[in-house]
Design a protein around this ligand. Structure first.
Ligand code: SAM
Ligand code: SF4
Length: 323
């Protein structure tokens, strides 16, 4: 559907859990957090009902995220069920990759078209420092298996000053001989991210051009989303720069988010939205849900306003929102 700002909204990111097997420094506190109660998170039936209704409003693309989506039992069955819903054209997952180890082909059979894998460094020690656990070799094996099985693969890396600055070019070089996008996402001042130092995208781009030479803008191939892509000479894949802070992309935003506890979030940085769980558990019928959904989506905020006093700023962490 088209919102009040004329944007076509056809993409929903669904967080299915706030729990995670890692504790990345920019996302979750080291000692963990109070997790949502199981009864607070949407059941798979409730998620399926909402996705079916959203297709009536023009949602065509779904991304499953978390927390770590693979940490919730039955995640791949949910993928399988969503990809069969008429009207859904693509289903993707954002994951740290570790729990996909050993079940990539199952994920492919379940209809998963694409994975975005979080990976901030190839250095095993820095990986363990930033993710506070995990084995980078397992993540790399998952990436290569997914590519072999024909999935589209993107890597999400968050450059953090003083942590992985020295590792970014080596990470980007994964796209030298692989048809993948290595995307550098500017650190956002949300949750634990507010305590760390970002490296702006323009600086990352300069690093890439110093290492790999002048790069062409790579347009057209990458579908929907807020990244700008460059392809240094000789690269099979490409490098993405996602700059929510330095180059606001709100004018092209095509997405809404569903939190694990059933809240429709209209913008990453605003609390504005709709408590769909309360409506469903209060007995709302499909017509009432559709009317509420379309009314809410129409009111999607014009801008994230990370650096402004917006009045309804999000205070939840990324593991609760889904990134
Ligand atoms: N656990 C999965 C993963 O890590 O891919 C999915 C959830 S995670 C919250 C989704 C994305 O949010 C990840 O790519 C992560 O790098 C990103 N993220 C988390 N905190 C962030 C922050 N403060 N700034 C920018 N990106 C962040
Ligand atoms: Fe977990 Fe993803 Fe957050 Fe890292 S970024 S702590 S993997 S939810």
């Amino acid at each position: 559907m088209i919102d009040a700002c004329g944007r076509k909204i056809d993409y929903v990111r669904i967080s299915i859990t706030d729990r995670c097997n890692l504790r990345c420094v920019y996302c979750m506190p080291e000692n963990g957090v109070q997790s949502m109660q199981h009864s607070d998170i949407l059941t798979y039936e409730e998620i399926m009902r909402l996705v079916r209704l959203m297709t009536q409003l023009g949602i065509r693309h779904v991304r499953i995220t978390g927390g770590e989506p693979m940490a919730r039992r039955g995640c791949l069955d949910l993928v399988d069920r969503i990809h069969r819903i008429p009207g859904i054209e693509t289903i993707a997952m954002t994951t740290n990759g570790l729990l996909l180890s050993g079940c990539v082909s199952w994920a492919r059979e379940a209809g998963l078209d694409a994975i975005n894998v979080s990976l901030d460094t190839l250095n095993p020690e820095t990986y363990r420092k930033m993710a506070r656990g995990g084995d980078v070799r397992r993540v790399l094996a998952v990436i290569d298996e997914a590519l072999e099985l024909g999935m589209r693969v993107k890597i999400n890396a968050v450059p953090v000053r003083g942590l992985n600055d020295k590792d970014l070019c080596e990470l980007a070089a994964l796209a030298w001989d692989r048809d993948i996008c290595v995307r550098f996402i500017e650190l956002m001042p949300v949750g634990c991210g507010a305590e760390l130092q970002p490296i702006p995208s323009d600086e990352v781009r300069r690093m890439m051009e110093e290492a790999f030479g002048p790069a062409q803008e790579d347009v057209g191939k990458h579908g929907f989303g807020p990244a700008k892509y460059i392809r240094p000479r000789g690269f099979t894949g490409s490098i993405g720069l996602i700059s929510p802070m330095s180059h606001e992309f709100c004018g092209e935003c095509n997405r809404v988010r569903l939190t694990a506890d059933g809240y429709l979030k209209l913008c990453l940085n605003h609390t504005a939205g709709l408590d769909l769980r309360a409506m469903m558990r209060g007995g709302a019928d499909d017509d009432a849900l559709l009317e509420a959904l379309s009314g809410a989506i129409a009111r999607k905020p014009r801008r994230h306003g990370f650096e402004e006093d917006i009045g309804d700023r999000e205070v939840r962490r990324m593991n609760e929102i889904g990134g």
